[in-house]
Design a protein around this ligand. Structure first.
Ligand code: PA5
Length: 446
């Protein structure tokens, strides 16, 4: 069964998409220039061959461990979690006895102490993922785990560590050089939120036994035409990533300030968080962008869907489905009359009916909606989805006239936190902090 985008309810007739569609030639030229200059490894994947070899070389090493503790945040963690939840649900289910992946992507004392107290050091590999190699939330945990490993393994501490970081720069690269810690690179110009199909996401995927090859092949299927040196405006205009980008930009012009990512593949719920970061960090710039809102069917029908249906009319929706989810057990045939409509039917029919109901209801209530209907909930489709949404995000940013590959606004909070911890320099931030904290606060007990 093919993978389909259904545009029937996208409101293409009421949006000014022509404004953006006519820029296909210009965008094709830009793609050619930037892919040719090596600036878009998300599309060209020049690292793929070496990565395959590196992953192959890691297999025996990874087999020695029962646990992987991944230290990383943002783009260094969200893709790995999406893959884990989608393709390795058994860790969250009763009776789990295979490898376990733990993702430490917060500054959470409870979680960290549980890892330190309960993980068996000899059977645990600590994978620290940071492109910059200096993110304090990640490197801070690395410092603590390094001491923990030293305490348990002595001089062998580095044998249970793996670093994924920039090939040349940053604190973690210095650690690789100093201690000979095993390491894989984050490719040049591949930002965190675009890096799931590099060592960043594929090492944990490999550890859990996923079909890494299909993930990569799926993505390549979608992005390869965009990286083709012979790309024309016409080819680009017909590419689904460009069409989504045009839609995303045109929606904003009409005041659609929120973009729901509603998945009716329950195990794929964490792709909503992955997409939210991708879309928000890439496009939330200069007072522009649309707020991504992850939601999962059917759970959120009984939660936030009321707002989607009848709240502020500023929402559009990407609606993810797969008609080929497992059918599951059958309902008994002797159910009370009130439930006669499910007698003898398969449990899996329910989510398909509810997905259809919600999709129709959203469309009827005026929410512009594109259904992304996957032929299977397999790694190849996940790769295709990652390729499609990543490319659409980059192109949407270009159409909006912003840079989709940076995230300058998140720096201020980080600098202020560092100033609060008395990091060297940062005189201006320290002065700002002082004045913020010395302002009379309006405090009321509740
Ligand atoms: O998408 C991004 O670039 C960010 O979300 C980063 O992934 C995040 O800030 C972590 O950065 P790093 O991998 O350098 O530790």
């Amino acid at each position: 069964m093919a993978d389909i985008l259904d545009w029937t309810n996208a409101h293409l007739d009421t949006l000014d998409t022509a404004l953006y569609e006519k820029r296909a030639d210009e965008m094709a030229v830009r793609l050619q220039q930037e892919t040719g200059a090596g600036k878009l490894p998300f599309l060209t994947m020049p690292y793929a061959a070496q990565l395959r070899k590196d992953l192959d070389g890691l297999k025996d090493f990874l087999r020695k461990f029962d646990h992987m503790l991944l230290l990383g945040i943002g783009g260094s963690a969200l893709g790995a979690r999406a893959l884990q939840k989608a393709f390795y649900p058994r860790q969250d289910q009763p009776g789990h006895d295979g490898p376990s992946l733990w993702i430490a992507d917060n500054v959470d004392t409870y979680a960290l102490e549980a890892y330190l107290a309960k993980l068996p050091p000899k059977k645990t590999v600590v994978v620290t993922v940071s492109k910059s190699g200096g993110t304090i939330e990640t490197v801070g945990q690395y410092f603590i785990l390094k001491e923990w490993m030293k305490g348990h393994l002595g001089d062998d501490w580095h044998r249970n560590m793996l670093l994924v970081t920039d090939e040349e720069q940053g604190f973690l690269r210095g650690e690789v050089n100093e201690y000979g810690i095993r390491a894989l690179p984050v490719p040049d110009n591949l930002g965190g939120r675009y890096s799931v199909l590099s060592a960043v996401g594929l090492i944990p995927a490999l550890f859990l036994g996923m079909d890494v090859e299909s993930l990569m092949a799926g993505a390549q299927e979608v992005v390869a035409p965009l990286a083709d040196p012979g790309l024309t405006g016409d080819t680009l205009a017909g590419h689904s990533a460009f069409r989504l980008a045009v839609w995303g930009a045109a929606l904003q012009d009409k005041g659609f300030a929120e973009l729901i990512f509603f998945t009716y593949i329950p195990l794929w719920a964490s792709f909503g968080d992955w997409f939210a970061q991708l879309w928000a960090e890439s496009l939330g710039k200069e007072g522009r962008g649309s707020q991504p809102v992850p939601a999962v069917g059917v759970t959120d029908q009984h939660s936030v869907n009321q707002m989607f249906m009848d709240g502020v009319r500023n929402k559009a929706c990407l609606f993810l489905t797969c008609p080929n989810l497992p059918a599951g057990p059958k309902f008994p045939t002797d159910l009370p009359d009130k439930f006669a409509y499910v007698r003898g039917k398969e449990f899996g029919e329910l989510i398909q009916a509810e997905g259809l109901g919600t999709r129709m209801a959203l469309s009827k209530s005026g929410v512009p909606l594109v259904e992304m209907r996957l032929g299977a909930d397999s790694p190849r489709q996940a790769g295709k989805l990652i390729g499609l949404l990543g490319a659409a995000t980059i192109l949407c940013g270009w159409l909006m006239g912003i840079n989709p590959l940076d995230q300058p606004a998140v720096e201020l909070g980080k600098r202020l936190a560092k100033a609060r911890m008395d990091a060297e320099g940062l005189a201006e931030e320290k002065a700002d902090l002082k004045s913020f904290l010395n302002t009379d606060r309006d405090l009321r007990e509740f």
